[in-house]
Design a binder for this molecule. Structure first.
Ligand SMILES: NC(=O)C1=CN([C@@H]2O[C@H](COP(=O)(O)OP(=O)(O)OC[C@H]3O[C@@H](n4cnc5c(N)ncnc54)[C@H](OP(=O)(O)O)[C@@H]3O)[C@@H](O)[C@H]2O)C=CC1
Ligand SMILES: CC(C)(CO)C(=O)C(=O)O
Length: 306
């Protein structure tokens, strides 16, 4: 299978490496010329709990991709999705499937329109990953990923992608209730990521303090109520369980929102907290804790811009 990973930062490289190990023909596509150059010169350096390896994977700038692929795995930040897909129009042919495992709500809508609906797949991943430097990533935590066609239809391509990822070392399952899974992950991120970003601390710190634990309980409860008001009948307990896993197994991982603020970059808080709060209000319920976390992160972004 020919795979183009669109946005080959922390997560794109982790997943591109898994596809490569499973024998797929992978191109890591990114706008960061130094990163692309380092991968092509030295190989992709992957630091995992199980050990370090250097993989000879091809990397390319968007305009260098000239042929259609079977699968485009989108791993840019959510606010870059549309421009990134426009930038690799040549890779998207009549049979190309698109897959997003990005955080937040609305990734299905961002992919729709670039291919027919039955070729859009979405999902979520609990794996942590950090871009350590050009051509180097580090992922020291466990977690599985789930995916499924976003708008229904034949799951054959989703199965192929999940099988390859699992074969390549990243446990991935098909989940017909994928929108519940995506909401659950978004509620988890809307709770943990702003708390880490605002305190400039990792999940282990949140686990050690009563104030963060109380905020986590309140924020998850609001997210669950927002999901239910939107007809997404997910269960809250697995989300609380994920926060515990995060505060123990991922204790030292910098959530992507913290990585963004530390690097003085825009965060994805609009697609995570903003999307949940907006959906809640549209359904007639309030989510004041999630909304306050959203606004505080926006203020941090404003501080960085001034
Ligand atoms: N990191 C993590 O642990 C996890 C992240 N996620 C989610 O995965 C997604 C990706 O996150 P992450 O890997 O951390 O992000 P990164 O910032 O590490 O990687 C995104 C990459 O996309 C590149 N990019 C930006 N615009 C384009 C474009 N037009 N064409 C091609 N590439 C482009 C960026 O370049 P540049 O930096 O120059 O803009 C960057 O290298 C996010 O939605 C995130 O929430 C989900 C689970 C865990
Ligand atoms: C790694 C994980 C699952 C938790 O922090 C994440 O989604 C993120 O960093 O954004």
């Amino acid at each position: 299978m020919k795979v183009a990973v669109l946005g080959s930062g922390a997560m794109g490289c982790l997943f591109g490496a898994a596809f490569h190990r499973a024998g797929a023909d992978v191109t890591l596509v990114d706008v960061n010329a130094e990163h692309v150059g380092a991968i092509n010169t030295r190989g992709l350096e992957v630091d995992l709990r199980s050990g370090a390896e250097t993989l000879p994977i091809r990397a390319a700038l968007p305009h260098e991709v000239t042929e259609p692929v079977d699968l485009v795995l989108v791993f840019t930040k959510t606010f870059h999705t549309k421009a990134a897909l426009e930038g690799i129009a040549a890779a998207i042919g009549d049979d190309t499937h698109l897959l997003s495992l990005q955080n937040g709500l609305g990734n299905d809508r961002r992919l729709a329109g670039f291919v027919s609906d039955e070729r859009v797949m979405v999902g979520a991943s609990m794996l942590p990953s950090d871009l350590v430097g050009p051509g180097r990533i580090r992922s020291h935590g466990e977690g599985y990923s789930r995916l499924y066609p976003a708008f229904g239809g034949d799951p054959a391509m989703a199965q192929r992608a999940a099988d390859l990822l699992t074969q390549g070392g990243l446990e991935t399952v098909l989940d017909p209730k994928i929108h519940e899974g995506i909401w659950s992950k978004a509620i988890f991120n809307a709770t943990m990521n702003p708390l880490c970003a605002l305190t400039r601390r990792t999940p282990g710190f949140l686990g050690a303090n009563a104030e963060s634990r109380a905020t986590i309980l309140a924020a998850v409860a609001e997210g669950v109520a927002a999901a239910h008001a939107n007809g997404v009948m997910l269960d809250g307990q697995p989300i609380y369980d994920l926060t515990e896993v995060s505060m123990t197994d991922h204790a030292d991982h910098e959530p992507s929102m913290l990585q963004d603020l530390n690097a003085k970059r825009r965060t994805e808080v609009d697609a995570i907290n903003g999307a949940i709060v907006t959906a809640a209000k549209e359904a007639g319920v309030e989510a004041p804790v999630l909304e306050t976390l959203w606004h505080l992160v926006k203020l941090e972004e404003t501080k960085l811009a001034n």
